[in-house]
Ligand binder design. Structure first.
Ligand code: CA
Length: 220
């Protein structure tokens, strides 16, 4: 899943990106407010981590402009510790959650999982479809209670489709969230990856809709 990280402190940005990568996400870094607004407005992210103090355009203005433009992507705002006014402003501007600096990356990951889950309309921390269960906290997948070992790419693919259950996900969108937006991939790479997933999980789990995309059906 693609996550946009908007942070002008290179050390924090690198720490957050490393934590996201190790949790199976595809992070993209931006350090400037104008650039952040443009990316969030034109690209498709599962969530955005947004620092408020930014060069170019401040984070609150960026967030307000996304929301005015009806961009409903879940946003986790990074605020200064103890600055309650900043937190209130952030929430009023449309933030889904906030995290005061300095923070532990474990807490950032937990809050991110929660806002992504809520934006997908999923209440439980564990995602399930039929006999398949996926626990984003542990990055574990099981079938009928038995653990299944997935590679990072396979895990990203299954997670993204699980979170978008009931919706046909276009091939390009799925590729962006599995490989990252800038990577050069042939579309048959995705077919090969899907083939591997189908050998490990129930083959009927992911449907291919030719010319449209891929789907995990909403009902069992
Ligand atoms: Ca900053």
């Amino acid at each position: 899943m693609r996550v946009l990280v908007v942070e002008d402190d290179p050390r924090i940005a690198a720490d957050v990106a490393a934590a996201l990568r190790s949790a199976g996400y595809v992070p993209e870094l931006v350090a400037d407010g104008e650039d952040a607004w443009f990316r969030g407005d034109t690209e498709d992210y599962a969530a955005i981590v947004l620092d408020l103090g930014l060069p170019g355009m401040d984070g609150l203005s960026v967030l307000k402009r996304w929301r005015q433009g009806k961009r409903m992507v879940p946003v986790l705002v990074l605020t200064a510790r103890g600055d309650w006014a900043e937190r209130v402003e952030g929430i009023d501007a449309g933030a889904d959650d906030y995290l005061p600096k300095p923070f532990r990356v474990e807490e950032l990951l937990a809050r991110l999982r929660a806002i992504i889950r809520r934006s997908s309309g999923v209440a439980a921390p564990v995602l399930s479809a039929g006999a398949v269960q996926l626990d984003p906290r542990q990055m574990r997948v099981s079938v009928a209670g038995l653990p299944v070992a997935l590679s990072v790419l396979e895990y990203r693919l299954v997670t993204y489709l699980m979170l978008n259950r009931g919706r046909v996900v276009p091939q390009q969108e799925l590729m962006d969230h599995v490989y990252g937006h800038d990577s050069e991939r042939e579309s048959n790479a995705l077919e090969v990856l899907l083939g591997r997933v189908r050998r490990k999980l129930p083959p009927s789990l992911i449907e291919t809709r030719r010319g449209f995309g891929y789907l995990i059906a909403a009902e069992d």
